[in-house]
Design a protein around this ligand. Structure first.
Ligand code: MRU
Length: 346
């Protein structure tokens, strides 16, 4: 049972990026010290730092770290960090912003220009979290039992997160009775991280295996589903943690709301539809075995060498999304024009 208080997933101190190693949670709270773009890219790849907005912010700081070591490293560092994982839109969004800020800086050392932009992005994502929490809570005010998938809290985004920020806001307002958190196989972001955060927030919750969700939705035990997002295409299709799409199908069949929450930095206007999103395929060993417990022991789950597929994300078509909740308002239904209208200047 976790200690109460806010989770600090990332902090910049004395020229070093400190990150809670999420692969060790909830058993051990170990802070990594990241000093270069390579350190940050490696932490993002192995999901020590994860969640779409959080990897964007970490990558932005990663550019600043690298420029402090080598003022000419901008191109190389940006390329490496922007491609550390392919699916979340926020990674390239944040890296390209830092790159533009450094390129256009006059008289300011590159590392300082990068750090200032990284801090700006983090601050913007933090206030986006608060704003989208309020919009999302308005949306789900009369829904006491809500299911969520993967981890979308302070471990996934600055501030209180995305979907989990909405749940925290509903709890503050007194209308939330129960959060149903799915395990989110294979890496158990729900079982390890969401449960850890809900415990710290003092929010009543139950953990489910992923396959239990549809049956409970059909049985009327769940009033709404809320998830985060890794990339929202221009037509409103949503890429999110693998296993999201079945929850959306079940929600539609039971006529309960399926709400997606995320900052507008996750919307990719250049991606026309979900079939154009690059879905990260991860190591099949993540399916064959599970690394768990305080010692990080590896436990085999199947016959050695079993062929596996391990897509880390899936696509939920816009037609199944009741509402897309962002800091700039709500697209309901979430379709082309309503989604793009949420973007600055949209
Ligand atoms: O592979 P992960 O753990 O980085 O996947 C995270 C998710 O899918 C979240 O739902 C998503 O990033 C949105 S939450 C901020």
């Amino acid at each position: 049972v976790a200690t109460p208080g806010p989770v600090i997933a990332l902090r910049w101190r004395d020229g070093v990026l400190r990150a809670l190693d999420q692969t060790l949670l909830p058993w051990r709270e170990v802070e990594l010290e990241l000093r270069s773009a390579d350190d940050v890219a490696a932490a993002i790849k192995r999901l020590a730092i994860r969640g779409a907005p959080l990897i964007g912010v970490a990558a932005a700081y990663g550019v600043a770290l690298e420029l402090a070591r080598d003022a000419d490293a901008l191109e190389r560092a940006c390329e490496m960090l922007a491609t550390a994982r392919p699916t979340a839109a926020n990674l390239a969004y944040a890296v390209r912003r830092v790159q533009a800020a450094v390129t256009s800086a006059t008289g300011e050392p590159p590392a300082e220009a990068a750090l200032a932009e990284a801090r700006r992005i983090e601050a913007e994502e933090r206030s986006a979290s608060d704003a989208l929490a309020a919009h999302g809570a308005d949306e789900l005010a009369d829904r006491p039992r809500i299911l969520t998938h993967c981890n979308t809290g302070a471990l996934a985004a600055p501030g209180r997160g995305t979907a989990l920020a909405v749940l925290a806001e509903l709890a503050d307002r007194g209308s939330l009775e129960l959060v149903l958190a799915t395990e989110s196989r294979p890496l158990l972001q729900g079982a390890r991280l969401t449960v850890y955060e809900l415990g710290r927030l003092g929010i009543a919750h139950q953990l489910l295996v992923d396959g239990a969700a549809a049956g409970l939705i059909a049985a009327g035990e769940i009033d709404a589903v809320i998830v985060g997002c890794d990339r929202v295409a221009a037509n409103g299709d949503v890429a999110n943690k693998v296993g999201t799409y079945p929850h959306a199908l079940a929600a539609a069949a039971a006529a309960i709301p399926f709400v997606v929450a995320g900052p507008t930095s996750t919307i990719d206007p250049a991606c026309p539809s979900g079939d154009r999103v690059v879905i990260e395929e991860r190591d099949p060993d993540e399916v064959r075995a599970i690394r768990t417990g305080p010692g990080g022991d590896l436990h085999q789950l199947t016959v050695a060498g079993t062929p596996c597929r391990n897509p880390a994300f899936d696509i939920t078509p816009a037609s199944l999304v009741t509402a897309l909740v962002t800091e700039r308002g709500v697209a309901r239904p979430a379709r082309g024009e309503s989604v793009l209208g949420l973007l600055p200047g949209g």
